[in-house]
Design a protein around this ligand. Structure first.
Ligand SMILES: [Zn+2]
Length: 78
């Protein structure tokens, strides 16, 4: 497997969408290819950060609104 081939299927790798034989080939390539390991690490980190940002946005906003609502209730009743 070449670096181009490895990088082309990186997204599938992270989605666990590769067949076992392709997965094995890819992992063998990573084992012997430092640049691809570095690329994989960067790709993963970027993806995880993006995923985390999307995940926390709504709940944080909802929590903030809920807190504001509760404080408003307390002010009115207190
Ligand atoms: Zn490579």
């Amino acid at each position: 497997m070449t670096c181009q081939e490895a990088i082309a299927i990186l997204a599938d790798y992270l989605e666990m969408a590769l067949t076992p034989s392709v997965l094995e080939e890819l992992e063998r390539h990573f084992a012997g290819c430092e640049p691809c390991r570095a690329y994989l690490a960067t790709y993963k980190k970027t993806r995880d950060l993006a995923a985390a940002a999307n995940r926390v946005e709504m709940p944080e906003e909802m929590k903030r609104r809920l807190r504001e609502f509760l404080l408003e209730q307390l002010r009115q009743n207190g």
